[in-house]
Write a protein that binds this ligand. Structure first.
Ligand code: PMP
Length: 383
């Protein structure tokens, strides 16, 4: 999470207090606390009771391919993807992880082989999710090596390309850019949910990562999942999980299974009863926030935001605009925008961390409401 967190108040408790004028606004991480009011409103509908004698074993289902995956979570994941229509689940292996962060490492392990002459190059089109670089480099692995921007990659040999769509930090829809036969692709679809972007197709990639964190906002449960086509790749990912953490918390999996199950059911019943399901709620919230942000930015000629095309969303049956989880804000001149905003007590992540320029920052759109409103007020008064 980085040094900038030190001394900053927990954002999730911020709503309980009135924010003082010198409150330090931390929009560095995408901590998705904005959906909390929705889950509070559901009350006990999502409560899970786990007795002292339950879920004690390392195993969730010893006879199953992924022996630490709770069958209820596997069912809930499949049913949610079918309802939303964002990914094919038929004949896919599901691997659960402690967040999709752990599955990223598992996928790198699975797509490389020990004993290779050179570490496999790992690339991603800039601006890229800054944690990829950090997670790829921090163990100084002999299996793989961070090579940075996929647009400028020209080395021979095997490579792995990461594709984040919609992209973190800039919200764009992406495809692979290197497109050579010796490449393996990892698709990170953390934000391919209706509240962030129109669902335009059912994706069907070799390795796809999803996370509970961004789908529902339950980042604290640390649950992610991979949809994997190839049995050997899935087997190697499971092996990684076995060595790395002997599986994934059963308590977290059961909570995720309950919540994802409730969403699927509500989405299926929605058309019949006409009440607002989670994605409808979340989409409305994101759209309101983006409208307010665009209004604030409009009044400052030095600032700009990316524009996104409207597309038909197969899930909502309407034309909708993307409302990314992060705002990729640009300053017209070559100013260090992160420093400029820091002087207004707004912490953001600077463009260089994403392989871009310092006149860009990434701003989380996922904070509690009062933090977001204070951010808008400070942004509006920026000279
Ligand atoms: N991929 C992307 C693109 C993300 O933005 C994030 C969270 N910031 C992750 C993966 C990691 O999510 P998790 O909480 O599942 O580890």
């Amino acid at each position: 999470f980085g040094k900038s967190d030190v001394g900053v108040k927990d954002q999730s408790t911020a709503t309980k207090n009135t924010l003082s004028p010198d409150y330090l606004i931390n929009l560095d991480h995408g901590d998705p606390t904005l959906f909390e009011p929705y889950w509070r409103k559901l009350g006990d509908k999502c409560t899970v009771v786990i007795r002292g004698n339950e879920s004690m074993s390392y195993f969730a289902d010893p006879s199953s391919f992924c022996w630490f995956l709770e069958p209820r979570l596997s069912d809930a994941i499949q049913s949610l993807h079918r309802v939303v229509g964002n990914a094919a689940v038929e004949d896919r292996y599901i691997v659960v992880g402690t967040g999709s962060s752990q599955l990223y490492q598992a996928a790198l392990y699975a797509l490389t082989s020990p004993g290779g002459a050179e570490p496999v190059n790992v690339v991603c089109a800039a601006p890229y999710y800054s944690t990829y670089k950090e997670a790829t480099e921090y163990l100084s692995s002999g299996l793989y090596k961070w090579e940075g921007d996929a647009y400028t990659f020209d080395k021979e040999g095997a490579y792995i390309e990461l594709i984040t769509s919609p992209n973190n930090p800039d919200g764009t829809i992406r495809e692979a850019v290197v497109n050579r036969g010796d490449g393996k692709l990892i698709y990170d679809l953390a934000y391919y949910w209706p509240q962030y972007t129109p669902i335009t197709s059912q994706t069907d990639y070799d390795v796809t990562l999803f996370t509970f964190s961004k789908c529902t906002g339950h980042a604290g449960s640390r649950i992610g999942w991979a949809l994997v086509k190839d049995k050997e790749v899935a087997q190697k990912m499971i092996k990684f999980m076995e060595i790395n953490s002997i599986g994934v918390s059963k308590e977290s999996q059961l909570r995720a299974a309950k919540i994802l199950g409730v969403i699927s059911e509500d989405c299926q019943n929605f058309r019949a009863v006409g009440s607002e399901n989670f994605f409808e709620y979340a989409q409305r919230l994101m759209s309101e926030r983006w409208e307010k942000l665009r209004d604030a930015v409009k009044n400052n000629p030095s600032l700009s935001l990316p524009k996104y095309p409207q597309e038909f969303c197969n899930f909502t049956g309407k034309y909708t605009e993307p409302h990314p989880g992060f705002a990729w804000l640009k300053y017209k001149e070559s100013v260090d925008l992160r420093d400029l905003l820091r002087s207004q007590k707004i912490i953001t992540r600077g463009g260089e961390r994403f392989g871009a320029d310092a006149n860009h920052v990434r701003i989380s759109m996922l904070s509690p409401e009062d933090v977001f409103n204070l951010f808008l007020a400070r942004l509006s008064s920026l000279e």
